[in-house]
Design a protein around this ligand. Structure first.
Ligand code: HEC
Length: 157
């Protein structure tokens, strides 16, 4: 090994340590982008939210899940609306209430969980399980409506 070869190796080593430090420091310089985003609901009231997000999927689903789907399109329709309602129930939890927040969150979580079970059963094309979980989801919808909508909007499965 001659001297200039060793010198070359030394420079490569110093260079890579330097580059590593450079990338490390640029990585540290962008903390704002690496923070998890804060989820802020769209600025509107609960009436608009339920009418805009939940009413149409509920109406479609009620029809689609009345009897076992005949074909793949029927299953697809059920899966889609169950997923919309289950994920929509997650979004409910972002909506802060003046009182009884814990109860509100409980209904939202229960509705999401039942919707998720119904969705998974629909993925397996298991109609009776999906239908059962759908009915229990609606009980949770209605429980929240009893507590937070003066008992209005009691939805039939
Ligand atoms: C955490 C509470 C909560 C849950 C869970 C909930 N809702 Fe609601 N929902 C409300 C409230 C509050 C209203 C009344 C809004 C208003 O008009 O002020 C409402 C109203 C509605 C309405 C009437 C919309 C209109 O035009 O006035 C429909 C339809 C509806 N919900 C569907 C559902 C369905 C379907 C589910 C379950 C998948 C569900 N909701 C779950 C709180 C909830």
């Amino acid at each position: 090994m001659n001297f200039s070869y060793r010198l070359g190796v030394l420079f490569v080593l110093i260079g890579s340590v330097g580059l590593g430090a450079y990338f490390q420091s640029t990585a540290n310089a962008i903390p704002a982008h690496s923070l998890p985003p804060e989820l802020v609901p769209v600025d509107t009231n609960m009436h608009d939210f339920m009418e805009g997000m939940f009413q149409s999927p509920y109406r479609r689903l009620k029809e689609a899940i009345a009897s076992e789907p005949k074909d793949n399109n029927g299953w697809k329709a059920i899966r889609s609306d169950l997923l919309i309602l289950a994920e929509g129930s997650n979004l409910l939890i972002l909506r802060k209430q003046e009182k009884d927040q814990a109860k509100w969150d409980e209904y939202g979580v229960a509705s999401k969980q039942a919707g998720e079970i119904a969705f998974k059963a629909a993925k397996q094309k298991n109609f009776s399980e999906s239908r059962k979980a759908y009915e229990s989801m609606l009980i949770h919808c209605n429980d929240c409506h009893k507590a937070f909508a003066n008992g209005k909007h009691q939805l039939a499965p």
